[in-house]
Design a protein around this ligand. Structure first.
Ligand code: ADP
Length: 545
């Protein structure tokens, strides 16, 4: 893109390949769109992806057999060690959590070879990949998400196949360091003298060319596509609750989707043509150094812009809709019902628009037969499900909020909208949703810390509340829920947004001057065990294809 938007630009589309600040996200107007969802880092950092998918695999081992077995070191070191001792013939691939372009990756035959205490993602190495002409390759699949609640997911039919440039051999001591044999990264292989530029037989090919070749070899390409779609939906489903929670916290009154995201899924096929997810890139490279690249990426970008339709949202209409929405939140139940009906109509119109402007995309969710994914979507909210610890935290938070409002001079009942905070809390809502889901996220240490009380945390909450533009009971409830969840954080783990406001980072930042002044780069989300908050200091890294 030629145009560099400045802070003051009043654009309709904000596209960034690098980091997206929380300020930027919160400053998105109802008629604007930005190309990242807050919380997508839960899928795009190697360690977080592994945590999400491991969590789902524990509950759905057969369904979530889409990701090679992975350990997040140093936390999972003993498990990794035990596994490697039991399976002596296996090979593992170790990756830096925020690495890209194959940097810092190495293969090992045993856990003993991994430096103790290192922060790495270690994965079972797929030692029997699908081989074409003697070379290992992987697939770059482009996936567009135009809404996260409900999910609207599209898969582009064109993508890339990236080949190694050394003939593949089963991993052995003698070849473990041959990057051009084991790593399919373009950035590594393009430097090899064996790199071939040829659309149909080269080291980088169009996905469609590869699929044609597989068909010629009597492979079941239709099944392969279905398996890839399944892998994509399941991966996104694992982060559904985080994405929707963050989205609603950031954009409580946007009538049109404020975000979309074009993701690059890296997929490896094993010798049985089963696709395995390797990683998800939130800013796939649009660099083009060949006609093939240009063809694929130009088409991808134009199809994306058409589908996202950034110009469709008229400024005047969007603003008036936002005003109506905030008025309705103060009004009667009937008014809110009318508004809900309007929203449903709008969603229907969006679905219709999308279906008529797919270009090279295929809608993969929602689609007929998509009901089978409901269990995963619901289960992903187990992040917020009730545990003994969460009950203790809720009680502690309830007391803190009560104190907070009393200090602000409001009546205590403000902290208990509609029949009591506890009964209408996030935990309670999730409790209803997950009644049949067992608890898996108990953290007694954190409970104990919270039970001991955190007096320094309450003023921070108060500071945030002072700045909030709380309009109407519905919004207030949402914010209270956010406060509750944020108040459950262990302050020791929280990085600070600004030196003036230590301890406030886990909270939805104020919509006042304090927020506008902050220029710190923050990534949109961070996980703290079973909790999730907006704002963390790690930048979003650019990932080349
Ligand atoms: P990066 O972000 O640094 O590119 P990846 O996770 O994509 O890291 O891994 C780089 C390359 O290593 C992949 O493109 C693939 O060729 C190879 N690779 C990664 N994980 C595995 C695995 N589990 N089994 C076999 N090969 C792998």
């Amino acid at each position: 893109m030629e145009h560099n938007a400045s802070e003051g630009d009043d654009c309709t589309l904000y596209w960034t390949d690098s980091s997206v600040t929380l300020d930027r996200l919160l400053g998105i107007k109802p008629y604007q769109k930005i190309n990242h969802f807050p919380g997508m880092m839960d899928l795009c950092r190697k360690d977080m992806l592994a945590k999400n998918l491991n969590r789902m695999a524990k509950s759905f081992p057969k369904d979530y057999n889409i990701f090679p077995r992975t350990w997040c070191l140093p936390a999972d070191y003993s498990d990794f060690q035990a596994y490697s001792q039991a399976k002596k013939h296996k090979t593992f691939i170790c990756k830096p959590n925020t690495g890209s372009q194959g940097r810092g990756i190495f293969l090992v035959r045993s856990a003993r070879e991994v430096p103790h205490g290192e922060h790495l993602t270690c994965q079972l190495y797929i030692s029997k990949p699908f081989i074409i002409d003697g070379f290992k390759f992987d697939l770059r699949i482009y996936v567009l998400v135009t809404s996260c609640d409900p999910f609207h997911i599209f898969l582009h039919q064109e993508g890339l196949a990236r080949f190694c440039t050394s003939h593949y051999c089963h991993p052995a001591r003698a070849n473990m360091e041959d990057a051009c044999m084991h790593l399919t990264n373009y950035s590594i292989n393009k430097r090899s003298e064996n790199f071939v530029r040829d659309e149909n037989a080269g080291s980088k090919r169009k996905l469609s060319a590869l699929m044609r070749l597989l068909e010629q070899r009597s492979c079941d390409v239709a099944k392969l596509w279905l398996d890839i779609e399944d892998l994509v939906i399941k991966t996104l489903a694992s982060a559904h609750s985080i994405l929707s929670h963050n989205y609603h916290a950031c954009f409580p009154r946007h009538s049109k989707p404020a975000c979309f995201e074009l993701l690059g899924f890296d997929v490896l096929l094993d010798h049985k043509l089963k696709p395995w997810l390797l990683e998800v890139n939130h800013s796939p490279s649009f660099a083009t150094d060949s006609p093939l690249d240009r063809e694929v990426k130009d088409r991808l970008l134009s199809d994306t812009l058409l589908l996202v339709n950034p110009g469709a949202c008229e400024r005047r209409k969007a603003e008036s809709s936002r005003r109506r929405s905030s008025r309705a939140s103060k009004q009667s139940k009937e008014c809110r019902n009318v508004q809900a009906e309007e929203e449903a109509q709008r969603d229907l119109r969006t679905l219709r628009y999308e279906d008529h402007h797919l270009g090279g995309y295929k809608r993969i969710f929602p689609q007929e037969g998509g009901d089978k994914y409901s269990q995963f979507l619901q289960h992903s909210s187990s992040l917020f499900q009730e545990t003994a610890a969460s009950r203790a935290r809720e009680e502690c938070t309830r007391v803190q909020l009560q104190e907070l409002y009393e200090r602000q001079g409001g009546s205590g009942s403000r902290a208990e909208p509609r029949g009591g905070l506890e009964g209408d809390s996030v935990g309670e809502n999730r409790r209803t949703m997950n009644r049949r889901t067992s608890s898996r996220f108990t953290d007694h240490n954190r409970t104990n810390k919270l039970a001991a009380g955190r007096p320094h945390f309450v003023p921070a909450l108060a500071a945030v509340c002072e700045h909030w533009e709380v309009e109407g009971a519905r919004e207030e409830e949402k914010h209270l829920r956010w406060l509750q969840r944020s108040a459950q954080l262990d302050p020791a783990k929280k990085p600070s947004l600004s030196p003036e406001a230590p301890g406030t980072l886990g909270l939805f930042p104020p919509l006042g001057p304090q927020r506008q002044q902050s220029s710190s780069k923050v990534c949109p989300s961070e996980s703290y065990g079973d909790l999730h908050v907006i704002a963390a200091p790690a930048p979003i890294h650019k990932r080349p294809s």
